[in-house]
Design a protein around this ligand. Structure first.
Ligand SMILES: Nc1ncnc2c1ncn2[C@@H]1O[C@H](COP(=O)(O)OP(=O)(O)OP(=O)(O)O)[C@@H](O)[C@H]1O
Ligand SMILES: [Mg+2]
Length: 231
């Protein structure tokens, strides 16, 4: 579904992403993990088209999309979550979701609302819902229109352990039901190990491990990267 080949990006002298190779299989939930500053968000921005790589190639569904614009990628079905609900003042959650659903031709908003347990929030104004509910609205917006590939950058940031795990389960269920491929950056490792079928670990811009979660978990370099962060 998605392949990164030698993907590289530098902010001035800082090589945030350095020769990254990554293969995301169709229908999988692929975790992108690593310590702070590893280059995870920059990778997401390169894939969504918000930044242009210094070198390397992005292949999506068999096509080289490295030079394509953000809107081209969005139309081709690459969706990403938003950090916060971007709304016009005074819209209810229902208005926001319905507007967005209409814009992308989503026919099954009810299922998404039910799965993400947003039924009680529909008549609330977007600004008034809880933080956890906002995160779930973010996920709903990213999934509208059945995009084949969804990019999520820390969807569970700021949530409690229980909320994170619950969000992860809803996400995994929806993704499976709709055959959505997901690339997810997440710091809650419990979430990652629970829902991801493949993992890539970044450290200082480079992939230091890659594979099924059980394998990656046992890699000494991964342990070091995480212990280094905790120390
Ligand atoms: N706008 C920017 N200008 C300059 N340097 C940046 C910018 N954004 C990120 N960086 C640097 O690029 C590197 C990678 O940052 P990035 O945000 O991609 O990491 P990350 O893995 O998402 O980290 P985190 O887990 O903290 O979100 C870091 O060294 C960071 O300081
Ligand atoms: Mg980040």
């Amino acid at each position: 579904m998605l392949e990164l080949k030698g993907l590289t990006f530098a902010y001035g002298a800082v090589k945030a992403v350095n020769q990254v190779d990554l293969f995301v299989e169709k229908g999988s939930i692929h975790g992108l993990i690593g310590p702070n500053g590893a280059g995870k968000s920059t990778c997401i921005e390169l894939i969504s088209g918000n930044r242009k790589p210094t070198a390397g190639m992005i292949v999506y569904d068999g096509q080289d999309i490295t030079a394509k614009s953000i809107s081209w990628r969005r139309h081709a079905g690459i969706s990403r979550s938003f950090q916060r609900i971007s709304v016009f003042d005074g819209l209810t959650v229902a208005d926001q979701l319905e507007l967005a659903a209409r814009a992308v031709g989503e026919s099954d908003l009810d299922t998404i609302v039910a799965e993400l347990d947003l039924g009680n929030t529909l008549t609330e104004h977007c600004e008034a819902v809880s933080y956890g509910e906002q995160r779930r609205v973010d996920i709903a917006l990213a999934l509208l229109g059945e995009p084949p590939l969804v990019l999520l950058d820390e969807p569970a940031a700021g949530l409690s352990r229980d909320e994170s795990l619950q969000l992860a389960d809803h996400l995994a269920h929806l993704a499976e039901e709709r055959g959505t491929t997901v690339l997810i950056v997440e710091h809650h490792l419990e979430v990652v190990f629970r829902i991801c079928s493949r993992l890539s670990v970044l450290e200082q811009g480079s992939v230091i491990a890659d594979g099924v979660p059980e394998e990656v978990r046992r890699e000494p370099r991964v342990m070091e990267a995480y212990l280094g962060r905790a120390a």
